[in-house]
Ligand binder design. Sequence first.
Ligand code: KIV
Length: 293
Amino acid sequence: MARRSLLATLLSQNDAAMSHTEKGNHNARGSTRRVTTKTLQRMRRDGTAISMLTAYDYPTAEALDQADVDILLVGDSLAMVVQGHETTLPVTMDQMIYHAEMVGRAARRAMVVVDLPFPEGQLEINRSLEASARVLKETQCHAVKLEGGAEQANRIEAIVTAGIPVMAHVGLRPQNVHVDGGYRIQRQTDELIADAIAAEKAGAFCVLIECVPAEIGRAITQEVSVPTIGIGAGPHVCGQVLVTHDMIGFNSGYLPKFVRQFADVRNSIQQAAMDYREAISSGKFPGKEESFE
Ligand code: KIV
């Protein structure tokens, strides 16, 4: 009993020390503690669902962080949703750093993960190491994400050994779009499980699973002990991620089946712009309240 209460005291002292060293500013819900790899492990252990969204700029990252989203991803999807390209392939490392720097500066509580864009995760391992080191050195972000599983094990191990947390991305790998001939549901159960296990063994702190049947999402989650985050991988995973522009309805293109739209931002912006234009042409803007005496 005495031993337990000593342990409890030590743990609460440790918590106090952590809240001093790891805290950011209070956000809308009053949370102050930075989400870390340890937090995510604990969430998996406790069965607490993990939320993750993409962010590419300061105001969006600030809003998502203040909504207590656990992980912000500076995804290479920015090539498609921000830059207007057809695939994720064109975005460069310099452009990723530019956006990651804004997101890292805005996030007080969320862990911020940055995608290694094509071909930083495909060429020699030293190049991936340098790109990953840039993320930690030049932005205030905390981890990188790398597409691939078993065939990326050596690369993941090298990056983690350098002190950089890695989230592995298995299942549909958008950077493979031309090899796969499009974006397709992935169904090779044994291979997908082997990818996730290899990534975990190599030191990945988390496995993102894209576009697999729900039962494969469940099977992968049962086979690894690190948290799993799904996008189109069903409900039996440890957390969910969506591209924010899809989730808020700020996208004019095709929406995959796995997206749920929680807002209609594109229409709100269009309506506001039409109201603004109308107010100018009718002479209603600016009014007295927007003018100086
Ligand atoms: O770049 C991205 O947005 C992604 C998604 C799978 C979340 O990797």
